[in-house]
Design a protein around this ligand. Structure first.
Ligand code: FAD
Length: 387
């Protein structure tokens, strides 16, 4: 009898984008899947997390296709972005098409909607349970044992599984446990830039205030702003700048002067009052890049998505790379008849090096987007579907 005929108990820590998709893939194979998510169910309570929209590219689309979600998320709810639109300080616009030959584009998709769709899809599989408000507080990776704390009732429970998948994001508790083990390589880098989200509403006649077929970039050397279109015809922008620069914008007057000087074309689109309100309503968020190796422990534990390879967002591949992890893992499950003693090492072997390379590309694009883009760099754009 091969292991394939055996129903595995799979516990997934984290019901974010990658955790929910991983759950679908394991359940599709007939395994018994439990997802433990720290937050409340976002479909019921709106506990808004990070940035509102994400750029979905080929890697991510392929993973969604396998579970029948590509059409809904890409064709019906995704907004195609055919290229970058560069906004100069004097208001001049310059469009850089991603793929003028095959006309491939990337898609702007709402993070919350994507997560909701994935959770809904997960729930349709028999043998899959979603548990919310459950925080992993302790884990024995060799024995597949976890201790969870219900954040509402404060009751702790113990769970056992054949496989623990840590899809618990950049600050992963599962990875923290791996760090204590011998021969586990780990490095993390915070960049000196933070970001603040800026909302650009629809125009007065309820249309997009700028072209909706682009990812908009205002490159300014040491800092930059970007904006992606939303389905409701608004845009979500992010101002990325050194913390020192952000700290200096400490009064409405300083902020408005900064925008008038650096981003004069977008200021009327946002509105002065709205900009001040958005800017001062939250603290700048940090950006981290994480590399580690291996991604597994024996045949009982694995990390995936940001838990394994969080990256700075400038290559727009964090989620896409996490979705690609899921496809690769699924292919290995097929190849090795769900024999975890072979699947997990093979996953680390194939995935670590490539994920490290994507982290490096993301860091490179950090400079490219805010600076080189102004100097008409063609080095990487020719080869990759970068943002
Ligand atoms: P997360 O989305 O972080 O999900 C982890 C989940 O685990 C969370 O729900 C969390 O509550 C839960 N959790 C954490 N700890 C515990 C615990 N102890 N117990 C139980 N549950 C726990 N990527 C792209 O591909 N395209 C983009 O355009 C893009 N834009 C981005 C813009 C910004 C500003 C940022 C910051 C990131 C961007 N990314 C983008 C990256 C993308 O957001 C991440 O790669 C993606 O969210 C990773 O998904 P994940 O499921 O691995 O982790």
């Amino acid at each position: 009898m091969t292991d394939k005929s055996r129903k595995l108990k799979v516990a997934i820590v984290g019901g974010g984008l990658v955790g929910a998709l991983t759950a679908c893939y394991f359940a599709k194979r007939g395994h018994e899947v439990r997802v433990y998510e720290y937050r409340a169910d976002i479909r019921v309570e709106d506990s808004r997390g990070q940035s509102i929209d994400l750029a979905l590219s080929t890697r991510g689309r392929e993973a969604l296709r396998e579970v029948g979600l590509e059409d809904l998320l890409v064709n019906r709810h995704g907004i195609p972005m055919r290229g970058r639109m560069i906004h100069e300080r004097d208001g001049t616009l310059r469009e850089i098409i991603y793929d003028s030959v095959k006309k491939n584009c990337i898609y702007s998709v709402s993070r919350k909607y994507l997560n909701e769709v994935l959770l809904n899809a997960a729930e349709t599989y028999p043998g899959l349970e979603l548990h919310f408000n459950e925080k992993l507080v302790d884990v024995d990776l060799d024995r597949g044992k976890m201790k969870l704390l219900n954040t509402r009732t404060k009751v702790t429970s113990n769970v056992e599984a054949d496989l623990i998948v840590g899809a618990d994001g950049a600050y992963s508790t599962v990875r923290k446990s791996m760090i204590k083990r011998p021969l586990f390589d780990f490095s993390q880098t915070y960049i000196e830039h933070g970001y603040i989200e800026i909302y650009i509403p629809p125009s007065r006649d309820n249309d997009f205030a700028m072209s909706d077929g682009n990812l908009h970039i205002w490159p300014r050397g040491e800092f930059m702003m970007i904006a992606l279109p939303n389905e409701d015809r608004s845009f979500t922008g992010n101002l990325f700048a050194p913390f020192e620069t952000l700290r200096a914008l400490d009064t409405p007057e300083n902020l408005l002067n900064f925008y008038e000087d650096q981003f004069p074309d977008v200021l009327p689109l946002i509105g002065r009052e709205k900009l001040v309100k958005d800017f001062f309503s939250s603290e700048p968020k940090t950006l981290i890049s994480i590399k580690c190796k291996p991604y597994h422990v024996g045949k009982t534990a694995l990390i995936i998505g940001d838990a394994a390879h969080a990256m700075v967002p400038f290559y727009a591949q964090g989620m896409n790379a996490g979705f690609e992890d899921v496809i690769i893992l699924d292919k290995l499950m097929e190849l090795y008849d769900s024999d975890l003693s072979k699947v997990l090492p093979a996953f680390s072997e194939t995935r670590c090096q490539n994920a490290h390379a994507i982290c490096d590309l993301a860091m490179y694009n950090y400079v490219e987007m805010r600076d080189l883009v102004r100097k008409k760099s063609f080095i990487l754009r020719k080869y990759f579907d970068t943002v």
